[in-house]
Design a protein around this ligand. Sequence first.
Ligand SMILES: [Zn+2]
Length: 208
Amino acid sequence: MGDTSGQGRQAGGTPRAALADLLAGNRRFVSGQPVHGHDVTAAAAAASGDQQPYAVVLGCIDSRVPLEAIFDQTFGAICVIRTGGHVLDRAVCGSIEYVVGQLGVPLVLVLGHERCGAVGATVDALRSGVRPGGSLAHLVDEIAPAVTEAGLDDPAVQPLAIRRHVRRTVHTLRADDLLAGPVAAGRVAVVGGLYDLATGEVVLLDAG
Ligand SMILES: [Zn+2]
């Protein structure tokens, strides 16, 4: 298998190069011509050797959004964290801090997606006034500010809230204790994006 990686794959690469590599992978995926997607063998995994990931992607648990596949990435290329509605908690933040601080990864991509069930559940909870029990309440509580900002009465509240929730998550990570310094220095970028379930395309969101 040829090495289709760019500068972003090298240790100490720039956030811009890492982002370009991720988006190039998504274009291969969208075009139906992935170069890594078919090679999910133990031999391919073993060939990855030491891990030198160039990006960390935080996405939703949604079964339709497998992150390595939609970015056409091979073993060892990206670190992936998935939670319902890509909600943050200490374990998620600590994992990102580890990847950035210890592995030198220059890019954090927060990826929301259309028709997110976690955001829909939050809209339902706020409209009904019934907060779910258990740890599900944590997901709803974390997504609720984005829904409120979007406007609970807005017919388009769900797509609007998804975008706001991605941006809020990006802003939270940029202000993280261990990430704020590298972000301010330009060594690390935290960016947000949206995945389109219909086309497979990832579109970046401005920080707004
Ligand atoms: Zn989701």
